[in-house]
Design a protein around this ligand. Structure first.
Ligand SMILES: [Zn+2]
Length: 197
């Protein structure tokens, strides 16, 4: 599962992850070892609830309370159909079978590839994986603390084994915190094993 390798999340993008582009060769290489590859794509309509610009007087990185809880506000990013929302051109995974787009509804955000932030609206990914007979998700990608972490944790929530692939995570400023959180949930042993893939 390759999470949100999109132009807006690499340097030069609207919400860039430092060095985000540097993980793409690893993702390409590791993906060839998997028959079933899923891509996720953050995919917001203009005026999305997670955009600071949608809330008068608010600035990016402030938090507000919305119907489903706390929402961090971001610069406009990954707007449907824009270049920023497109998958990065260096991503070379032609055998990927499905792209799951999340955060598609104006009034609810979604960091996870499985379940939107209201924790009720499913994306359909769990059903797809089950129908394919898959039981174990190996996860890499961008936005480690948010989309990547939520996707990996929700994989567990839906009853799948989940492994985060260290080589396919950016060495970014959020790294240490998100790593310890993921290790706590996903299990250090599998995590380390995955790093050797
Ligand atoms: Zn987003």
């Amino acid at each position: 599962m390759i999470v949100d390798v999109q132009n807006d999340f690499v340097p030069g993008g609207a919400l860039s992850v430092p060095d985000g582009h540097n993980i793409i060769p690893s993702i390409n290489r590791l993906s060839r070892r998997f028959e079933n590859v899923v891509l996720t794509q953050d995919w917001h309509p203009a005026g999305h609830i997670s955009f600071a610009s949608s809330h008068q007087g608010r600035k990016p990185f402030e938090s507000i309370e919305v119907e489903y809880g706390s929402q961090v506000l971001w610069p406009d990013h990954c707007v449907q159909g824009t270049g920023g929302a497109a998958l990065h051109a260096a991503l070379d995974v032609p055998h990927a079978r499905i792209i799951i787009r999340h955060g598609c509804r104006t009034g609810v955000n979604s960091y996870s590839g499985f379940l939107e932030a209201d924790r009720k609206t499913a994306t359909g990914l769990a059903g797809y994986l089950r129908d394919c007979g898959l039981t174990h998700c190996f996860v890499g990608g961008l936005a480690t603390d948010f989309c990547m972490a939520w996707t990996a944790l929700d994989a567990r929530h839906f009853g799948f084994e989940a492994t985060v692939i260290e080589d396919a995570l950016p060495r970014q400023r959020y790294g240490r915190q998100s790593r310890s959180r993921l290790e706590r949930y996903a299990g250090r042993r599998r995590h380390s094993h995955a790093a050797r893939l």
